[in-house]
Design a protein around this ligand. Structure first.
Ligand code: KIV
Ligand code: NA
Length: 269
C-alpha cells in the first residue's frame, strides 16, 4: 500500500526546493535512501563502485536493467533514473530508443539518463518525442574518459563555451533535466542561470537546481578514488572494518555463536 505518490519527471521539475539525488544500485540501499531523496540514479558508475572496473566503459544494458529492477523494488517515493551504458546508444537514435525502451519496460524506471551534448541532441529529441523522459549529462562525461584525457575538471577556456552550447542543445532537444559533472563553478552557475530546466550538479555549483553524489563516496564506502567534490557525510568503511574485525575475533575465540544464538541449548521444553 503506497501512501505517497512516486516522483515523476514532471513533479521533479516543479519542486520548489533543490532536487536531492543520490546513486543507488541495490534494493537495501534504495530503501535507506528513498525517504530522503527526490531522485535515485542507477548510475553506470556501478561498474566502478560495485564491479571494481577502472572505468564505466564495460557496463552493459543487462547490468543496468538488473540493478534498475533492484532499485525500483526498493523505492516508493523517489523518481528512478537509469543510465544508458557506453556503446548502447551512441550509434543512432533508433538504437538508443530500443535500449531505453527495453530498460524502461523491464525496470519500471521513470526516465533514463545519457551522456552527451550537441552530438546527442537528435537522440534526446527522438526519445522524448516517443515518450521516454530523458536527463542529459554534460561537462565531464565518464564514458568519454579517454577523449577527456582522464577524470578531470572541465570548462576552462574555450571549453566553457562548448559546455554552454551543450547545455542549450540538451534543453532544446527536450531533456527535462541535465546533470553537470566536474565543471568549473562559474560555468555550471551560468548554465544553471540560463536554462529553464533544472541542472543537477556533481562537482559543479551550489547554484544548480539539485545535487547528486555517488552514495558510496559520500558514505565513505569507496576509498579507491575520492574526487575533491565529494563530501564525506559518514565513514562507514571504518565502521564495517570494526564490525568485521569483531566478528573474526568472535569466531576465532569460539564466542560466536553464543548460547542465545543456538537452538536447543537454552530452550526449556
Ligand atoms: O553514473 C553515475 O553515478 C552518474 C552520476 C554521478 C551523475 O552518472
Ligand atoms: Na553515469
Amino acid at each position: 500500500h503506497q501512501t505517497t505518490r512516486r516522483h515523476t519527471p514532471r513533479s521533479l521539475v516543479t519542486l520548489q526546493t533543490p532536487i536531492v539525488a543520490l546513486t543507488a544500485y541495490t534494493t537495501p540501499m534504495a530503501r535507506l535512501l528513498d525517504p530522503h531523496c527526490d531522485l535515485l540514479l542507477v548510475g553506470d558508475s556501478l561498474g566502478m563502485v560495485v564491479y571494481g572496473m577502472d572505468s564505466t566503459l564495460a557496463v552493459t544494458p543487462e547490468m543496468m536493467a538488473a540493478h534498475g529492477q533492484a532499485v525500483v523494488r526498493g523505492s516508493q517515493k523517489a523518481c528512478v533514473a537509469v543510465d544508458l551504458p557506453f556503446g548502447s546508444y551512441q550509434e543512432s537514435p533508433q538504437q538508443a530508443f530500443r535500449v531505453a525502451a527495453d530498460i524502461m519496460a523491464r525496470t519500471g524506471a521513470g526516465c533514463v539518463k545519457l551522456e552527451g551534448g550537441r552530438e546527442m541532441a537528435d537522440t534526446i529529441a527522438f526519445l522524448v518525442q516517443r515518450g521516454i523522459p530523458v536527463i542529459g549529462h554534460i561537462g565531464l562525461k565518464p564514458q568519454a574518459v579517454h577523449a577527456h584525457g582522464g577524470f578531470r575538471t572541465v570548462g576552462r577556456g574555450a571549453e566553457a563555451t562548448q559546455i554552454m552550447e551543450d547545455a542549450v542543445a540538451v534543453e532544446q532537444a527536450g531533456a527535462f533535466a541535465v546533470v553537470i559533472e566536474s565543471t568549473m563553478e562559474p560555468v555550471a552557475r551560468a548554465i544553471s542561470e540560463k536554462l529553464s530546466i533544472p541542472t543537477i550538479g556533481i562537482g559543479a555549483s551550489p547554484a544548480c537546481g539539485g545535487q547528486v553524489l555517488v552514495t558510496e563516496d559520500m558514505l565513505g564506502l569507496f576509498p579507491d578514488f575520492t574526487p575533491r567534490f565529494v563530501r564525506r557525510f559518514a565513514n562507514l568503511g571504518q565502521e564495517v572494518d570494526r564490525a568485521v574485525a569483531a566478528y573474526a575475533q568472535a569466531v576465532r575465540s569460539h564466542s560466536f555463536p553464543g548460547p542465545e544464538e543456538c537452538v536447543g541449548l537454552t530452550e526449556t521444553p
